[in-house]
Design a protein around this ligand. Structure first.
Ligand code: CO
Length: 150
């Protein structure tokens, strides 16, 4: 096998080994009874126009104890203020202020065994890096990742 063949095979292998790393229009995100999303990086193409995020909580704890949501915003510096403003909404309000203009998209808060989805437009978003996080009190400090629009 020539050098090019080896390189091509390796590239294919890396893509298959990291299915969360390539651009898509629909994402399946899992969370459990820990403060972690199963992905740290998501990439969506602007040409998707609409992106769907399906969030599944595979744990056992109820939303009031270990609730998770998936919230998208443009600036990492806004995570804490969004979470702070979402505190007043409480569990029933998904810990997100429904009128927060900094929130681009947000799922409902789910507990163990529950799943939810959010669909939102990326057609008007600038290409670049955004950030997703869980706005449950305290979770946002570690439950976050990068959402790129290409
Ligand atoms: Co959470």
């Amino acid at each position: 096998m020539n050098r090019l063949g080896v390189t091509t095979s390796l590239g294919t292998f890396l893509l298959l080994a990291a299915p969360g790393a390539w651009a898509a229009c629909s994402f399946d995100v899992e969370v459990g009874d820990t403060l972690a999303f199963n992905t740290k990086e998501m990439t969506a193409e602007q040409s998707c126009e609409t992106v769907t995020v399906n969030l599944t909580h595979t744990g056992k704890l109820p939303a009031a104890a270990m609730g998770h949501n998936w919230v998208l915003t443009a600036d990492e510096a806004d995570i804490q203020p969004i979470a702070n403003d979402g505190m007043a909404a409480g569990v029933n309000g998904n810990y997100v202020d429904a009128d927060d203009p900094r929130v681009i998209a947000a799922t409902k808060l789910v507990g163990g065994g529950q799943s939810t989805s959010v669909e939102f437009s990326v057609a008007e978003l600038d290409k670049g890096e955004y950030v997703f996080f869980c706005s449950f009190p305290g979770h946002w400090t570690v439950m976050k990742g990068s959402f790129k629009v290409t």
